[in-house]
Design a protein around this ligand. Structure first.
Ligand code: CMC
Length: 443
């Protein structure tokens, strides 16, 4: 019997099966299909709602050790990248697998910057949104609309096409995001200024008014760049999974990125930082923190910005964001909500409820207060997440497209509905079928 294997005895039949254990701790769920009671039996399958213990792919992009609080892109620790690199270099690393040399970095920067403009019709398209449209909704719709401008993007098996769409998306996201921001204010959209850095140009498109040339504050420009590095990828999270699942139908990457952006919009994912600020504003003062914590422990509330599916220790990104927050406050002035956040963290980290459940601050806990100090409205927070995550989504998508083991994503289900029934004319249907409580769980 192979040492790296799992022996299973099916007590229904008495048969013994041997399942290989791969890569130090992985079994293929498809092996379970061999475990049957007879030829007509479908075989066993695993049930794993929300994929809490199922690997959906092999990936070389991002490594996380949630117990130890480790995050690495292509092997490089997030702390080193945040300290020494810049977002465009990290995007190159994530998409291409290696850090660029100077020549390749300059070519990459040029190739991204020549794609910062959008077609005028994209601008007109965005002007069609209502004055109070959520910028994340505008982003989802506009990224989806981009697919109609680049029909060549459906050549997903062509390497050059994939590279081109990747550069286009990384280049255009800040432009669309800034247009969405200015739309809400009723200000004219600002065209890209490619003399500036990736982040500096984004700040210019957001905040430029009548000056001929916008000069970004270097501290805020660097802070945003580091925040972009921290958000560039996070392995198989909800939006990366959406990117892969939708992309697995072989749709063009703009449609798949629109789907990933929609996944990011939710309050349990990229919308969490907005939810954190709303929570901090509602708490109102550090003295109200104990009462809020009590409500969380009673299950009445959720401490937004705390807890993570993977991290069971302090999210390494949250530590860096906390430092960045103070660098930003040195320029903008202190956001008073930070005092409530610090008190929440202090009390939560000492409280048995949070300690036993291993609930620690995640990346979103301190990003909101930082973005708010920089002048961003809350509705822009998930947009600031989507811009850098585009490089991660494109890398995840390209990895999926190239992986010969991947197919259209199509999970199984455990059917719990009715057995065979036959249609009955409407006037003959018995009363109970029409009762509200009988149908209430169906939508
Ligand atoms: N506040 C209070 N209790 C919590 C929290 C929280 N933020 N998070 C988890 N718990 C409790 C939960 O009630 C459960 O308790 P019990 O065992 O008594 O039922 C236990 O901890 C395990 O939680 P879970 O919901 O099974 O964990 P999950 O892995 O399904 O959820 C999460 C992960 C991030 C959705 C969740 O922690 C959460 O809702 N956090 C708040 C929202 C948030 O900050 N989201 C941003 C995530 S990081 C950025 C990103 O990935 O986009």
């Amino acid at each position: 019997m192979a040492k790296n294997s799992l022996s299973i005895i099916d007590n229904r039949t008495g048969k013994q099966y041997e399942i290989p254990i791969e890569e130090g701790g992985v079994i293929r769920a498809s092996y379970l299909r061999n475990i049957k009671t007879g030829p007509d039996d479908f075989g066993l399958m695993s049930y794993d709602p929300a994929f809490t213990n199922t690997a959906s792919c092999r990936s070389k992009i991002t490594f996380i050790d949630g117990e130890k609080g480790i995050l690495r892109y292509r092997g490089y620790p997030i702390e080193e990248l945040a300290e020494r690199s810049n977002y465009l270099e990290v995007a190159y690393l994530i998409v291409k697998g290696e850090l660029p040399d100077r020549k390749h970095y300059l070519a990459w920067e040029h190739n991204i910057k020549i794609h910062t403009m959008v077609h005028e019709n994209i601008k007109n398209f965005m002007q069609g949104f209502r004055y109070d449209a959520h910028p994340m909704g505008m982003l989802v719709g506009t990224i989806g609309a981009l697919s109609t401008f680049y029909p060549d993007a459906n050549n997903i098996h062509d390497l050059e096409s994939r590279r081109l769409q990747t550069r286009r998306l990384i280049g255009k996201l800040p432009t669309i995001a800034a247009f969405a921001y200015r739309h809400a204010l009723g200000f004219p959209y600002v065209y890209p200024d490619n003399d500036l850095s990736y982040t500096g140009n984004f700040l210019s498109m957001l905040f430029k008014m009548t000056e001929l040339k916008y000069k970004p504050n270097p501290t805020l420009e660097r802070a945003l760049d580091v925040l972009f590095i921290l958000h560039a990828d996070h392995e198989q999270n909800c939006s990366a999974n959406a990117m892969r699942a939708v992309g697995s139908s072989q749709v063009d990457p703009y449609s798949a990125v629109a789907a990933a952006t929609a996944a990011l919009y939710g309050p349990l994912h990229g919308g969490a930082n907005e939810a954190v600020i709303r929570m901090l504003m509602e708490i109102g003062s550090p003295k109200n923190v104990p009462a809020f914590i009590k409500a969380v422990k009673n299950g009445e509330r959720r401490l937004m910005g705390f807890g993570h599916r993977i991290y069971k220790s302090y999210d390494p990104r949250a530590k860096i964001v906390k430092r960045i927050a103070y660098e930003v406050f040195d320029v903008t002035g202190r956001n008073p909500l930070i005092d409530i956040a610090l008190e929440l963290e202090r009390i939560a980290l000492e409280d048995d409820y949070f300690v036993t459940r291993k609930l620690y601050p995640n990346v979103d806990f301190y990003t909101g207060v930082t973005y708010q100090a920089m002048g961003f409205p809350m509705t822009m927070f998930p947009v600031l997440f989507a811009i850098p995550r585009t490089s991660g989504w494109m890398a995840q998508w390209a990895e999926m497209v190239r992986d010969p083991e991947q197919k259209i994503a199509r999970p199984r289900q455990v059917y719990t509905g009715e057995n065979l029934r036959h249609w009955i004319p409407i006037d003959e249907r018995p009363e109970p079928l029409m009762r509200e409580d009988a149908v209430s769980d169906r939508i």
